[in-house]
Design a protein around this ligand. Structure first.
Ligand SMILES: *Cc1c(COP(=O)(O)O)cnc(C)c1O
Length: 804
């Protein structure tokens, strides 16, 4: 009778089908809600299978595991299990018990640290690390006597110098050395040569030097086998994290070649677990454990339950996937499709959509040189970089999980993006604002988009991701030419104020200014706008609807009769209120304002001390938080940092102070642009956007409905209210993120209007809707709903002469 197909024997198509079905059973978290989850961040963490967790539960419940190292049955049960799993780990990597030992640590980084500290406490060491290293390996340089970062050619040059004994003082001229490199780059998935191990050992012998090798296998082993069966060609130290292979447990290991174990002989620290006997009173004497290496290095109680889970993980992985070899073939096939798909995308003008950051030495489909990760940047049809934060925002609303930015790989990023150290420093000092929106600086991206595949990824994931890039970045709906109504467009556009809204508490609901009520405009915006914010009790950060959509359900009301700000929560509960006047007794440590942060800026706020307020907000948002008020007496007013369009440079000498709003004092949208946007959304079957999602202060509408001029605001330089009213200068377009998808009534998220905006309103890498504005004339004057407004176009010149 033919034996049933096991995962190991299936052909690629069958295997992919098998994984898709198995995944529904075993990985319910990947089926997710709608829109369906597309998880492409396996290089960061991969999920754990149901079977693994079930097994772990049954072994926890089925047997008693005590603290190891004593004689009770439960303790011995643990000791035996731990030693058994240790041996399994060695077998998993083909390593001989006689040659290697496994030391359990928290994660790969902790493993590298252990090795570095062992060497440092000896006689110190010179450090050479490959430029593709994860930050985990870069930090080792700080405890070395000297260090050097090398690329492939640098490795060859260093090996030559080592062989010929030409190393000088300050480049590892004497004493021990440590050479480290990642088996697979966590940035672009490049698999680096394993041969370096044997070559370094051989060269060191010839040069009469003591050089140790440290291999970071954390990236590689998540989707590839690692074979340590040839001890002569194996690294002295191999570090890895098991959660990257199995999703669980959160545990790491260093696999130590016993011939290199003596680097730990001078280790000074000891603690429970690594000491046999200690005298403390009077004489300070101790006898360190002398047994196996792991006994000497595993300080404190072992992570027994994690090791037990590792046992279950090893069983499960075999059963569900066959072997790491099978996983490797499957993911290599998917990665090749993904890479080929992305590089094939072209604009109508033949320009490439994607710049993939592949290393010259690697080829997708050749598993020895390339793992299942693709790092890239997108370009627009003119060849300009698309901001990664834009990619991330769109991915987020489509439930696509990917990583953007520096991905913990400084050397890899610098060479992929051709960034010199000074540029990196400059980018750093340019700051990290609101999710680093400005991620294209000086014409270069500051980070990459990384998509990475794992054992349970499928061809479906790859296809859906390619469709996503195609849909949102390649075939955008062409911006419709605005049908020009009869040329009534005179020198000035005639509009009126349809609504005015203030947002007393940043990121919470708005309060519509009632018809007939006059409202003061100040240089920092509409009176009472963003005076308060909700701050995290621990971090002090101002909370935003982007992370906490339920903030939309917090509805503030300015009650001038009673002099109170009242706050209700649409999700239920009672109401709280705070006086509009500033009473110092209400705040915690009134003399010491706290710094909250808004969009990366530090802001002085006064935090309310009332537990009732904190409880109300904490219950509503399900995060420990409370209310704070902007300390307007402080001198730390922030200033607007709206990105000005080069064609239009408002006078920089006019200060534009900000309260707690993100970018500018006042946000304006127009009804006709909103109508146009909604027509487009509806024509694709989407849900029209309510004006409230844009959280504008002022909605302007055309006076004659037949003559709507959508997107006219793109060309405005200023707007003037009434005859003698205030004049606002238009600073530039408002950059949008997925927050516009939060329904302000229900706090639920949708894909629209951001999906359509991203397709139709991406201007220079930014998705724009509405304009920022600031007061330039008529301080302290009022505006009201229904009032006439004149918009002056950019081309009109200062005196408001003709447009066309
Ligand atoms: C993930 C990763 C690390 C870090 O692993 P930790 O578990 O965070 O210590 C190091 N190197 C590479 C190549 C990785 O992929």
């Amino acid at each position: 009778m033919a034996s049933p197909a096991t995962p190991n024997t299936m052909d690629p198509d069958h295997y992919n089908t098998y994984i898709s079905h198995m995944r529904q059973q075993q990985y319910p978290m990947l089926s997710g809600p709608s829109p369906e989850t597309i998880y492409l961040d396996h290089a960061a963490a991969t999920p754990a299978a149901r079977l693994l967790l079930d097994r772990f539960h049954s072994s926890m419940l089925g047997s008693l595991y005590g603290n190891p190292h004593s004689a009770s049955p439960s303790s011995m049960n643990s000791s035996q299990m731990v030693e058994r799993v240790r041996q399994r780990v060695l077998r998993f990597f083909g390593a001989e018990t006689g040659e290697f030992d496994v030391v359990f640590v928290a994660n790969a980084t902790a493993g590298g640290k252990l090795v570095a500290e062992g060497l440092r406490e000896g006689e110190g060491f010179g450090y050479v690390y490959h430029a593709d290293s994860h930050t985990s390996l870069v930090g080792v340089r700080e405890v070395a006597k000297d260090s050097r970062c090398v690329g492939d050619e640098g490795v060859e040059a260093w090996l030559r110098e080592l062989e010929e004994g030409e190393l000088e003082e300050g480049e590892g001229g004497e004493g021990r050395m440590l050479f480290s490199w990642p088996a697979q780059s966590n940035m672009n998935g490049r698999r680096l040569p394993m041969e370096w191990c044997g070559r370094v050992r051989e060269t060191a012998r010839k040069g009469g030097r003591e050089v140790f090798t440290l291999l970071d296998a954390a990236g590689l082993v998540s989707t590839s086998p690692l074979d340590l069966s040839d001890a002569d060609a194996a690294p002295d130290f191999t570090i890895l994290s098991f959660y990257k292979i199995f999703g669980f447990p959160d545990l790491g290991a260093v696999i130590v070649k016993k011939s290199a174990a003596h680097i730990f002989d001078r280790r000074k620290f000891f603690g429970g677990g690594t000491v046999d006997m200690v005298a403390c009173m009077g004489e300070q004497w101790h006898a360190k454990k002398s047994g196996e290496l792991h006994d000497r290095l595993e300080d404190g109680t072992l992570p027994v339950h994690s090791i037990l889970a590792l046992d279950a993980a090893l069983d499960t992985h075999d059963e569900l996937f066959g072997s790491l070899e099978r996983v490797s073939r499957h993911t290599a096939m998917l990665a090749k499709e993904l890479h080929d798909g992305l590089t094939a995308l072209k604009y109508a003008n033949e320009r490439a959509v994607c710049k993939v950051h592949k290393h010259a030495a690697s080829t997708y489909g050749k598993r020895k040189t390339q793992g299942p990760i693709v790092a890239f940047n997108l370009l627009d049809a003119h060849g300009d970089w698309v901001s990664n934060s834009e990619v991330e925002k769109l991915a987020t609303i489509h439930n696509i999980h990917l990583r953007t930015g520096g991905v913990c790989n400084p050397g890899g990023i610098a060479s992929a993006l051709d960034l010199a150290p000074w540029e990196i420093k400059e980018n750093f000092s340019a700051g990290h604002r609101c999710g680093s929106e400005d991620d294209v600086l000086n014409g270069k991206p500051t980070g990459v988009v990384r998509v990475s595949l794992g054992a349970m990824s499928t061809m479906g994931d790859v296809e859906r991701f390619l469709e996503f890039v195609q849909e949102f970045f390649v075939c955008k709906v062409p911006p419709e030419p605005a049908p020009m109504p009869c040329p009534v467009r005179g020198p000035q556009q005639r509009l009126y104020v349809e609504s005015l809204t203030v947002y007393p508490i940043k990121s919470c609901g708005g309060m519509r200014v009632p018809c007939g009520t006059s409202w003061e405009i100040r240089s920092e915006g509409l009176a009472w706008d963003r005076e308060w914010c909700v701050v995290h009790q621990g971090a002090g950060k101002a909370l935003s609807q982007k992370q906490y959509p339920r903030m939309a359900l917090l509805r503030p009301h300015l009650d001038f009769k009673s002099g109170m700000l009242r706050l209700t929560f649409a999700g239920g509960g009672n109401e709280i209120s705070v006086p509009l006047s500033r009473n110092p007794a209400l705040y915690t440590e009134p003399l010491k304002p706290r710094n909250a942060s808004v969009c990366g800026d530090s802001i002085e706020t006064l935090t309310y001390s009332s537990p009732t307020i904190a409880d109300f907000l904490t219950l509503a948002l399900d995060v420990p938080c409370t209310l704070a008020r902007f300390n307007s007496t402080s001198s730390t007013l922030r200033h607007s940092k709206v990105h000005l369009k080069p064609a239009h440079q408002p006078d920089p000498s006019i200060p534009r102070p900000l309260m707690l709003s993100n970018e500018s004092p006042i946000l304006i949208i127009t009804r006709s642009s909103l109508n146009r946007l909604n027509e487009t959304i509806k024509s694709h079957g989407g849900k029209a956007a309510h004006p409230s999602v844009f959280r504008a202060n002022i909605v302007l509408a055309e006076s004659s409905p037949g003559f709507e001029q959508p997107w006219a605001e793109d060309e405005w330089s200023s707007v003037k209210f009434g005859g003698e009213g205030p004049r606002l200068e238009v600073l530039g377009g408002c950059r949008r993120c997925q927050m516009v998808c939060v329904d302000q009534e229900s706090a639920e998220r949708d894909r629209e209007p951001f999906s359509t905006l991203a397709k139709t309103r991406r201007v220079g890498g930014r998705v724009l809707f509405g304009v920022h504005a600031a007061l330039v004339e008529g301080r302290g004057k009022d505006v009201r709903v229904g009032e006439w407004v004149e918009a002056v176009g950019k081309a009109d010149g200062e005196d408001g002469t003709s447009v066309q």
